[in-house]
Structure formats: structure tokens, C-alpha cells
Design a protein around this ligand. Structure first.
Ligand SMILES: Nc1nc2c(ncn2[C@@H]2O[C@H](COP(=O)(O)OP(=O)(O)OP(=O)(O)O)[C@@H](O)[C@H]2O)c(=O)[nH]1
Length: 323
């Protein structure tokens, strides 16, 4: 009870007596305390605002302790002002003690949390890291672009390899059959004529045997070139076997196809006589026109049969399948 009475007894000697109630001293003391009190009340508010805005900081508690410490400092200054006129020395003493306790706690926590605060990257190091990341990202994008271009190039190469005959550069068997299938379907849908030619070089084995396999290859290549020269852009030619070729002639009736076959046969014969560096070679050709209900197999078979006839007739000639 005595303590409570002492606590609320403001009748001790007011501080103003020590200052001799001199106006200049009073202004200095009270003015300084008022300014300090205002500042010490604003700082905790700012710290609380900081803590609420940055809940990701791992050492938020130090800011709250610091806010408490400043608040109590402010309270001692407020009591300093009050005590100029009223002597609340107990309360002043208690507030000072609390200020001391919270100051000690703040100091301990500050030292404890200092390493964490120091380890926060500086603005400069963050800028360097960001610049490095941006550069790495750019390099990655460049590498990606390069990789994509490489994949496109390789895919095109693979597609070409999958559809092209290595030796002659013509379509390979699979691609030729795929194209023929498409052309049969197109001819059926559009009711247009479609003819094919099956070509087989004559006595090719003898060329290989007499001049060697390499000379055989050269003969195959030059025969392929001479065939392709006489075709339209809309025609297709493929190598479908060792010395066997297939030509697809969209929008072409069998008579025109046979006439073209004859020109092709003659061209190869002429090339053989005009170019002595390549072994002489002739070709037998079977021609067939697609019937409305022909499958790929039917059409190939009829062209094959007429080729067989051309071979039987003595080779180096054209034979036309009945329509
Ligand atoms: N140089 C070369 N020869 C090949 C290639 N592919 C197949 N041949 C050869 O072509 C020859 C074909 O021989 P055959 O099937 O008996 O036919 P041919 O000798 O032309 O006789 P006919 O067709 O009856 O006139 C074989 O000797 C095969 O080795 C190739 O890519 N290069």
C-alpha cells in the first residue's frame, strides 16, 4: 500500500527547484525533452511499420525490441518533463529501470542477430548476382537457339536420309511407294489419268563384272540423271531396287507415257555412245496406266509384267501393259 501511495505521490520536490525555476534552463530542459519524446514516439511506429511490411526478415524481433527500447526512453523523457512540476520519482525510476532492462535485452539480441544481418547480401553484390544471372540467361537462350537450329538441321538431314537413295539422290523405294499411293488416291478422286514406268538396266551384272562395282555405280548415277532430265517437275522418279527405277507420271495417259519411255530409252542409248568414259548401258521399260479400282500392288504388278515382256522381247525396248 505504501508503495502504491509512494508511486502516486507527486508531491516530492519538483525538478523545477533544481533548475531554480529559471526560464532559460526550463526551456532548455523541457524543450529538449519534448523534442526527444516526440522523436522517440515516432521511431517505434516506423519500426512496427517496417516489421509488418517485411515479415520475411528472420530477425524481426530485434526491431520490436528496439521499438520497445526507444519507447521507454521516450517515456523517461516524458516523465522528465512532468517531474519539472510534479515529483513522480518512483514512476520515473521504474520507467528508467524498465528502459535499462529492455536496453540490455536489445543489446544482447543485437549481438546475437548481428551475423544474420551481416550475411544479408549487399545491394552491390545483389546487382552483380543479377547481372551474372541475366548473362547466364542470355547464354542459355543463345544455346537453346543454336540447339533448336541444330535439331532442325539434323531432322531435315534424317528426313532426307529416310526418303532418299544415297547413290543416285532419287527417292528411295519406301518414299516412291508412298508417293505412288498418294497419286493413285489423287487420280481416283480427281478422275485423272495416272501412268507409271518400271525401268530396269539391261545386263547390269555384266557391267559390274566387266568394269567393277564402282563403274557400275557411276553407270547407275548417270542413268538416273538422264532419266530425270526428261521428266516434268510434277513427275516423280525413284530407285526401287539395285538397277530398277520407277517413274510416276500424274495426269498422263498410257500412250504419252509410252512415248516418254521411248525417249528415255533412246536418251540412255545415246548417252552410252556419246560418253565412252561410262560403260555402255541400255534400259528396258514397262509402262502401265492406273485403272479406277487399281491398288498399288495391282498397278505395280502390271508394270512389272510389261517390263518382263520388254526383257523377253530382247531388252532395250518399251512394252505397254494392256489398259
Ligand atoms: N554397282 C552396283 N551394282 C548393283 C547395285 N545394286 C545392284 N547391283 C547389281 O545389279 C546387278 C543386277 O543383275 P541382274 O538382276 O542379273 O540383272 P541384269 O544383269 O541387269 O540382267 P537383266 O535385268 O536381265 O538385263 C547385280 O549384279 C547386282 O549386284 C548398286 O547399287 N551398285
Amino acid at each position: 500500500m505504501d508503495f502504491i501511495t509512494d508511486l502516486l505521490n507527486g508531491d516530492f520536490m519538483p525538478h523545477g527547484h533544481c533548475l531554480l525555476w529559471r526560464t532559460d534552463l526550463l526551456i532548455l530542459h523541457v524543450g529538449g525533452d519534448v523534442l526527444t519524446f516526440i522523436a522517440y514516439m515516432l521511431i517505434p511506429l516506423a519500426l512496427v511499420r517496417l516489421v509488418r511490411a517485411r515479415d520475411d526478415l528472420h530477425f524481426n524481433s530485434i526491431f520490436l525490441l528496439f521499438a520497445g527500447f526507444i519507447f521507454f526512453c521516450g517515456a523517461t523523457h516524458l516523465l522528465g518533463i512532468i517531474n519539472v512540476w510534479h515529483g513522480y520519482y518512483y514512476i520515473h525510476g521504474i520507467v528508467k529501470s524498465l528502459t535499462g532492462v529492455i536496453s540490455i535485452l536489445t543489446a544482447i539480441m543485437l549481438w546475437y542477430l548481428l551475423p544474420q544481418a551481416i550475411s544479408i547480401p549487399s545491394k552491390r553484390s545483389m546487382q552483380i548476382t543479377i547481372a551474372e544471372l541475366v548473362q547466364a540467361e542470355r547464354k542459355l537462350a543463345e544455346a537453346n537457339q543454336h540447339l533448336e537450329a541444330e535439331v532442325k538441321k539434323r531432322t531435315a538431314q534424317l528426313e532426307k536420309m529416310a526418303t532418299t537413295d544415297d547413290l543416285t539422290g532419287l527417292c528411295n523405294r519406301r518414299e516412291t511407294m508412298r508417293l505412288l499411293e498418294l497419286e493413285i488416291a489423287r487420280a481416283a478422286r480427281q478422275h485423272t489419268a495416272l501412268s507409271i514406268m518400271m525401268l530396269d538396266l539391261d545386263h547390269f551384272k555384266a557391267i559390274n563384272d566387266n568394269y567393277g562395282h564402282q563403274a557400275g555405280d557411276v553407270t547407275l548415277k548417270s542413268a538416273a540423271e538422264s532419266f530425270a532430265l526428261l521428266l516434268r517437275k510434277t513427275d516423280f522418279i525413284g530407285r526401287i531396287g539395285g538397277e530398277e527405277f520407277l517413274i510416276i507420271l500424274p495426269d498422263t495417259a498410257i500412250d504419252n507415257a509410252s512415248a516418254l519411255a521411248e525417249r528415255i530409252r533412246q536418251a540412255l542409248q545415246l548417252q552410252s555412245t556419246e560418253n565412252p568414259s561410262i560403260p555402255a548401258c541400255t534400259v528396258s521399260i514397262g509402262v502401265a496406266q492406273c485403272r479406277p479400282d487399281d491398288s498399288l500392288h495391282d498397278l505395280i504388278q502390271r508394270a512389272d509384267e510389261s517390263l518382263y515382256q520388254a526383257k523377253s522381247k530382247g531388252r532395250n525396248c518399251v512394252s505397254q501393259a494392256p489398259n
